[in-house]
Design a binder for this molecule. Structure first.
Ligand code: ACO
Length: 162
């Protein structure tokens, strides 16, 4: 298992992985319009951390956008392929992601969690109480009715590695 940051850099390899990841998101997040998933996954402001099995097979990932001046990142989509859920990959992914984002000087993570995923996010250290000042994030991320806004503080010195 490997964790790789993939961006829309125009290479064939990245394209293939982002298409695979987009397909996992589309299947696992059926309420999300497919065009919206495609748009964000291939958007140059977004990056994705993919979990890759056997060198090439994408089995899940997280698509996010950093707001460097505000020192937070928004998680847009997160999913593990159906057959491999509840085996700990989602937890490993989040730990790797925190380890990565910590080095980018990000202090908070925000996400609109699906009702079904609130339990997962709670276990990963996300809370419904938003500690960030509204001026710091309001207007930067889009309001979204279909989910519950959750926040996670990324401590600058905790070792999130696993
Ligand atoms: N509700 C409550 N608890 C959950 C859920 C859930 N939906 N999913 C996993 N958990 C629990 C597990 O039981 C486990 O608990 P434990 O540590 O006490 O055993 C813990 O969360 C972590 O489980 P993992 O095996 O690490 O999680 P998994 O690999 O299944 O990944 C994920 C979790 C990403 C939510 C996956 O189940 C999935 O892809 N679901 C469908 C898509 C989805 O809902 N994505 C999030 C939508 S919100 C968004 O994208 C911003």
């Amino acid at each position: 298992i490997e964790f790789k940051i993939i961006t829309n850099d125009g290479t064939h390899e990245s394209m293939k992985m982002l298409i695979d990841l987009k397909n996992i998101f589309a299947r696992q997040l059926p309420k999300m319009p497919k065009e919206y998933i495609v748009r964000l996954v291939f958007d140059r402001n977004h990056e994705s951390m993919c979990i890759i099995k056997d060198n090439t097979k994408v089995i899940g990932g997280i698509c996010y956008r950093k707001y460097p001046t505000q020192r937070f990142a928004e998680i847009a989509f997160l999913a593990i392929t159906a057959t491999l859920q509840v085996k700990g990959y989602g937890t490993r992914l989040m730990n790797k992601f925190k380890e990565h984002i910590q080095k980018q000087d990000v202090e908070y993570l925000l996400t609109y969690a699906d009702n079904y995923a609130i339990g997962y996010f709670r276990k990963q250290g996300f809370y419904q109480e938003i500690k960030m000042q509204p001026e710091r994030w309001k207007g930067f991320i889009k309001d979204y009715d279909g989910g519950t806004l959750m926040e996670c503080y990324v401590h600058s010195t905790i070792d999130y590695g696993n």
